[in-house]
Design a protein around this ligand. Structure first.
Ligand code: DGI
Ligand code: FE
Ligand code: FE
Ligand code: FE
Length: 188
């Protein structure tokens, strides 16, 4: 596979500087979480590093891939906010040759979560939300919760995201709500 340096070069071609820097911070945050919770540190780091690789793929490219590949037409109701996770792995596979199923799944789930998300999936999801430049109140709380519980931090993030979307009358991707329901069911 590609070395980390080669991956960074490819990421620089796809992302502006601030998004690139965010990805490097998420890599470090994901590695920290993996150490804390006894998970595969290199997998967590790779998923964290690559999680937003497809954030700036042109809309036309997304539309083409959603229509030609085996994706649901329902995805057309959403935008790059949703596509860069759910469909983003298509570009990561093709352009970088990444084929680790656990890494790809964590990236696929990093925006919406998934009712069956694994601890590795949660490291990507939570690292994205608590990297050092995140300062919203719920992000600060999730960072604190992540000292002890990946699930608690994940639920806090879902609360923050759902509240934000609903407050702005933005479409909620059903999987995000299903993830919230699944995790609070286990919690209570
Ligand atoms: O890519 P990042 O900005 O680093 O973080 P992210 O992948 O968690 O994406 C956050 C954005 O995605 C934020 O603007 C809210 C949006 N988002 C998250 N869940 C949903 C969603 N947007 C819609 N429409 N529906 C969702 O369920
Ligand atoms: Fe993202
Ligand atoms: Fe996120
Ligand atoms: Fe991100």
């Amino acid at each position: 596979g590609l070395s980390r340096t080669e991956i960074l070069t490819r990421m620089h071609d796809r992302l502006d500087q601030s998004r690139f820097d965010h990805c490097v911070r998420v890599e470090a945050a994901a590695r920290d979480l993996a150490v804390r919770f006894g998970l595969d540190v290199d997998r967590a780091g790779l998923a964290g590093l690559l999680h937003d690789y497809a954030k700036q793929v042109p809309v036309a490219d997304y539309l083409r891939v959603i229509q030609r590949e085996d994706y649901s037409d329902k995805l057309l109701r959403y935008n790059r906010g949703i596509w860069h996770g759910v469909v983003g792995t298509y570009f990561i596979r093709r352009e970088l040759g990444i084929d680790d199923a656990q890494v790809l799944q964590a990236i696929e789930r990093h925006t919406t979560g998934n009712p069956h998300m694994t601890p590795l999936d949660m490291t990507t999801f939570v690292a994205d939300y608590i990297e050092p430049l995140r300062h919203l109140p719920m992000q600060v709380q999730a960072r604190r919760l992540a000292q002890h519980s990946l699930t608690a931090a994940t639920i806090a993030e879902l609360q923050g995201t759902l509240t934000y979307l609903i407050g702005r009358h933005q479409l909620v991707y059903p999987l995000t709500l299903k993830t919230f329901n699944a995790l609070v069911t286990k919690e209570n």
